[in-house]
Design a protein around this ligand. Structure first.
Ligand code: 13P
Length: 288
């Protein structure tokens, strides 16, 4: 059932658990995530970056595929189709195309411009019942061999942004996308507490969920992180399961060249990963 993410994330915040955002890349990915969410009776968020959207063909392809799967697989749990790190134009296009939730990421803009554009996107999205995630402080990551540490969000700026009626907030607390470097300092819980104090009861989002040690994830959930984004981890398990298929010569056995057979181990690996995350985040049975 496609819905915005606002209600189920409020419920997660109150119940002190988190709902996973799993980024999608294709049909197999999407089907795997939806099937596990239904099996676990958990709400789920399908994250779509603009890069993934272009890869799949465009916003209309993504909306059509997700709506079709939701209907044909008879999904009853709440599912949000969410734009991940949307640009200003991307957010508008996703709203137009029928996404149920969007992130406008103005974190690289000067704060005044981030506020101005977030405000505009919130008004547009809310007029259509679509939830909005905004971001303050940068989420670092490795790009072209340069490792960014991840900027710490300013609690005052976090408060200015949530005051625009955003539904949930991504704030940099030392988290980064992709695999964490060995010398990573860990999440900054002091900063998380300061932000929490400044923003009141607005659910927070933890980006860069791949590779954060479990005890840090637990602590973050206890402090009001209600949405955790996972992308790289699903990519890694998908690719290693696929590699194993070829290494074991399965493609050369009978009709092992059939793409539906080739993609099956990766699809199963994503299902296992999503099951593990839903169990750990505590969202199982949250849709009941
Ligand atoms: P990872 O790729 O590190 O799991 O991060 C995902 C994410 O935050 C998407 O916005």
């Amino acid at each position: 059932m496609l819905v915005n993410a606002s209600e189920f994330l409020k419920k997660a915040y109150e119940g002190k658990y988190a709902v996973g955002q799993f980024n999608i890349n294709n049909l197999e990915w999407t089907k795997a995530i939806l099937e596990v969410a239904e099996e676990k009776k958990s709400a789920v968020i399908l994250g779509v970056s603009e890069g993934a959207m272009k890869y799949m063909g465009g916003f209309d392809v993504v909306v059509g595929m997700v709506r079709g799967l939701d209907k044909d697989l008879k999904i009853t749990v709440p599912v949000a189709l969410h734009l991940d790190h949307g640009t200003y134009q991307g957010a508008k296009d996703a709203i137009e195309a029928g996404f149920t939730s969007i992130m406008f990421d103005g974190s690289s803009l000067p704060i005044e411009e981030n506020i101005e554009k977030t405000k505009e996107i919130v008004a547009l999205a809310h007029s259509k019942g679509i939830s909005v995630e905004a971001e303050v402080g940068g989420i670092g990551g490795e790009e072209d061999g340069v490792v960014g540490e991840g900027e710490l969000a300013d609690p005052k700026e976090a408060k200015q942004v949530v005051d625009l009626s955003v539904d949930f907030l991504a704030a940099g607390i030392g988290n980064i996308h992709g695999v964490y470097p060995e010398n990573w300092k860990g999440l900054n819980f002091d900063r998380l507490s300061q932000i929490r104090e400044a923003i009141g009861d607005v659910p927070m989002v933890l980006h860069g969920g791949t590779g954060i040690p479990e005890e840090q994830i637990k602590k973050a959930i206890e402090r009001g992180v209600s949405k955790i984004n996972i992308n790289t981890e699903c990519q890694i398990v998908f690719t290693s399961a696929t590699r194993e298929y070829f290494e074991n010569g399965k493609d050369k056995e009978k009709k092992g060249f059939d793409p539906r057979k080739v993609l099956k181990p990766g699809y199963e690996a994503i299902k296992d990963k999503v099951r593990e995350k839903i169990d750990f985040f505590g969202s199982e049975n949250s849709a009941n």
